[in-house]
Design a protein around this ligand. Structure first.
Ligand SMILES: *Cc1c(COP(=O)(O)O)cnc(C)c1O
Length: 386
């Protein structure tokens, strides 16, 4: 049986895969089983943030792997302690909880917000307001948080206590807060799965001001936008605000599973022994991988991400078949004349891997992609877009 047939027979049919089998890669180049070469502008949905088998990353991961791959959270290990310290020092957050995915990082934030609100404002205060068109994960609780009804079908009842608002309307937030006992606002500064839609800075700052006044917690879901993706370490840094809690995952460990929930001073002590846990969370290999990624994301490196963003934007904005470019850093959405799905398929044919998000073509290249590859890929996308 071919790999494709095995996959079809034995793997649950939740994914509609492209008919491509990748075997290996280096940096931002991937190879399929026919030896065809692809420039990767998707990095595994923003996960392989330093590309495939980046030298320093491979050294950190393998060094840890041969020393100790797992201990459980019953014991101390060095990589997770160092990673937590580094994340806190780089952001000003006080405590970190490690998990294994974006959905889990969000679950942790939701638990923290519920407990904080119950203690500060009473047990009836549990509503979490999220935005229409948001995406927060696939568990039943993070689905409830996700403001896209198409993901809710067939899985009712979802976790209660979530209400969605329309981005941009501060009046709606006020109305919801008058009707419900609100514990937290939870947003993506740039909606990723929703089509690379940045939130208006004025709206976000009014939301935070309102939240502060009413002791409502602010949570930023940085699962996709985090770890240098937008040209800052975390996307909230583009907005000049400090959320009470941020969550991240995808690109944090450069290709190994990890999730992290960062707690500010206000909520740092909300969890006590036994309140939360994870068997794999803070795994030493994943933590060593993440430490290697975060240590690469220096100010100079992030400056380069912004420069590459400007280059890619300018190359794409001048394409006749591209109507607009949205996003920040190396998280870009293209509104194309041709349907996005068609563009992605045609680019793949020509050896460039892109993603879609709603009706847009979505680009999430590795943060260290060489400028030459970006130029070549942009040229092909431009030709494909017509
Ligand atoms: C991908 C994503 C998630 C879910 O992450 P998983 O690792 O798939 O659980 C949550 N929020 C945002 C913003 C995402 O982009």
């Amino acid at each position: 049986m071919s790999i494709k047939e095995l996959d079809k027979q034995y793997i649950a049919h939740t994914y509609n895969r492209f008919p491509v089998l990748f075997t290996h890669g280096k940096g931002s180049i991937l190879y399929d089983d026919n030896g065809k070469e692809y420039i990767d502008l998707g990095s595994g949905i923003g996960v392989s943030s330093l590309g495939i088998s980046s030298d320093g990353w491979i050294a950190s991961v393998t060094e840890q792997l041969v020393k100790l791959q797992h201990t459980s959270n019953l014991y101390y290990t060095e990589p997770c302690a160092l990673l937590a310290k580094t994340l806190c020092e780089r952001t000003g957050y006080k405590k970190v909880f490690f998990s294994n995915s974006g959905a889990e990082a969000n679950e942790c934030a939701i638990k923290a917000a519920r407990k904080y609100a119950a203690q500060a404002k009473g047990k009836d205060c549990y509503t979490i307001v999220t935005l229409n068109n948001s995406f927060h994960g696939r568990t039943l609780t993070t689905l409830a948080a996700t403001g896209q009804p198409k993901f809710h079908e067939n899985f009712q009842p979802l976790t209660p206590g979530f209400v969605q608002a329309t981005a941009g309307s501060i009046y709606e937030l006020e109305a919801i807060s008058a009707k419900y006992n609100v514990a937290a606002f939870m947003v993506e500064c740039i909606q990723g799965e929703g089509g690379i839609v940045p939130l208006d800075p004025e709206y976000v700052s009014e939301m935070f001001e309102f939240a502060k006044y009413h002791d409502i917690l602010t949570i930023c879901d940085e699962v996709q936008t985090g770890n240098g993706r937008t040209g800052k370490l975390y996307s909230y840094m583009n907005y000049g605000l400090q959320p009470d809690i941020i969550t991240t995952a995808k690109g944090l460990a450069g290709g190994l599973p990890i999730g992290a929930t960062l707690l500010s001073e206000k909520v740092q002590d909300v969890f006590e022994y036994g309140d939360h846990g994870s068997t794999f969370g803070g795994n030493p290999v994943a933590a060593a991988a993440a430490l290697s990624v975060v240590n690469r994301l220096t100010d100079d490196f992030l400056q380069e991400v912004r420069a590459k963003s400007n280059l890619l934007r300018s190359l794409l904005e001048s394409c006749p078949g591209i109507k607009s470019v949205s996003g920040l850093g190396l998280m870009l959405g293209l509104e194309t004349v041709r349907p996005a799905g068609e563009v992605v398929a045609a680019c793949m044919e020509r050896g460039v891997l892109c993603l879609t998000a709603k009706t847009k073509v979505r680009l999430l290249p590795a943060l260290n992609i060489p400028e030459g590859l970006l130029r070549r890929a942009a040229e092909i996308i431009c030709e494909v877009c017509g």
